[in-house]
Ligand binder design. Structure first.
Ligand SMILES: N[C@@H](CCC(=O)N[C@@H](CS)C(=O)NCC(=O)O)C(=O)O
Length: 225
C-alpha cells in the first residue's frame, strides 16, 4: 500500500458527503477537501464533470483512481486503508456478507427509497424541482419506520454496533440515515436511540461533522461592491 496516499475528497454539507469524511477520520487518513456543494453549480463545471459525469457529490480521488457513490467510497476506503488497529470492514466471509447486507439495506431501503424520496418531494427541500407531494412524503416516512424494524430487532441483543462489538462502515451509513430521519422529524426506533448517542460520542464522528460543514455560498454573479 502507498505509505502516503494522495487523497482528495470532493463534496461537503450533505448526508452523503459526511459518510466519506467520517470514514477518512475513522481510518486516521489525511486528505484534501474540495468542499463543493449540491445545486450550487459547482458539480456542473467542466472540470468536475470530467471527473464525475453524474455531477454528484461525494467523489474521491486516490491518486489516479477516482470513485463516486458515498457507500462505494466508504467501502473502498474500508477495504484499502483498514489496519488491524483501525478496521472498518469484517474479514470472515460470513461477517463480510452480513456487513454487505447492512450496507445495501441502508442505501437502498433507508436512503434511496425513503429519505431521498422525502427530500425530493418536501416543499422545504427539492419539491420545487420534483413536485411537492405531501402524501408521498408521509408514505415514505412510514416506509422508513417499517424498514427500521430490521435495526430494532438486530440491536435488541444489546450489541454496541451493527456488526457486534466492532464499529464498521455499516454504522457510518446507518448513522447518517438516522441523523437525516431525525432532521426530517421521522421518529427512529427505540433501540437506535442509545446506539446513536454512543456513536455520536465518537471523536471521528465529531471531526467528520466539522469537516463536512458546507463552504460559504459561491458567488453567482459579479461581486457587489
Ligand atoms: N447515491 C449517491 C447520491 C449522491 C447525490 O445525490 N448527491 C447530491 C447531494 S447529497 C448531489 O450531488 N447533488 C448535486 C446536484 O444536484 O448539484 C451517493 O450516495 O453518493
Amino acid at each position: 500500500m502507498n505509505a502516503t496516499p494522495d487523497l482528495t475528497l470532493w463534496g461537503a454539507g450533505t448526508s452523503r458527503t459526511i459518510r466519506a469524511h467520517w470514514a477518512m477520520h475513522e481510518l486516521g487518513l489525511s486528505y484534501k477537501v474540495k468542499p463543493i456543494g449540491p445545486r450550487t453549480g459547482e458539480t456542473k463545471t467542466a472540470e468536475y464533470t470530467r471527473l464525475n459525469p453524474r455531477q454528484k457529490i461525494p467523489l474521491l480521488q486516490d491518486g489516479d483512481f477516482c470513485i463516486g457513490e458515498s457507500a462505494a467510497i466508504v467501502a473502498y476506503l474500508s477495504r484499502m486503508y483498514s489496519t488491524p488497529e483501525r478496521s472498518l470492514i469484517p474479514e470472515s466471509t460470513h461477517d463480510y456478507a452480513a456487513w454487505l447486507e447492512w450496507c445495501f439495506f441502508v442505501v437502498a431501503e433507508l436512503d434511496s427509497t425513503s429519505l431521498y424520496v422525502m427530500r425530493r418531494h418536501r416543499a422545504d427541500a427539492l419539491g420545487h424541482i420534483y413536485g411537492v407531494a405531501p402524501e408521498v412524503v408521509a408514505q415514505a416516512a412510514e416506509y422508513f419506520r417499517g424498514q427500521l424494524r430490521h435495526v430494532e430487532v438486530a440491536l435488541a441483543d444489546g450489541r454496541p454496533f451493527l456488526m457486534g462489538e466492532r464499529f464498521s462502515s455499516a454504522d457510518i451509513l446507518l448513522t447518517t440515515c438516522l441523523d437525516w430521519a431525525i432532521a426530517y422529524g421521522v421518529g427512529i426506533c427505540e433501540n437506535a436511540l442509545p446506539y446513536l448517542e454512543r456513536i455520536q460520542r465518537r471523536a471521528a464522528y465529531q471531526r467528520a461533522v466539522a469537516a463536512n460543514a458546507p463552504a460559504a455560498p459561491v458567488a453567482v454573479g459579479p461581486a457587489k461592491l
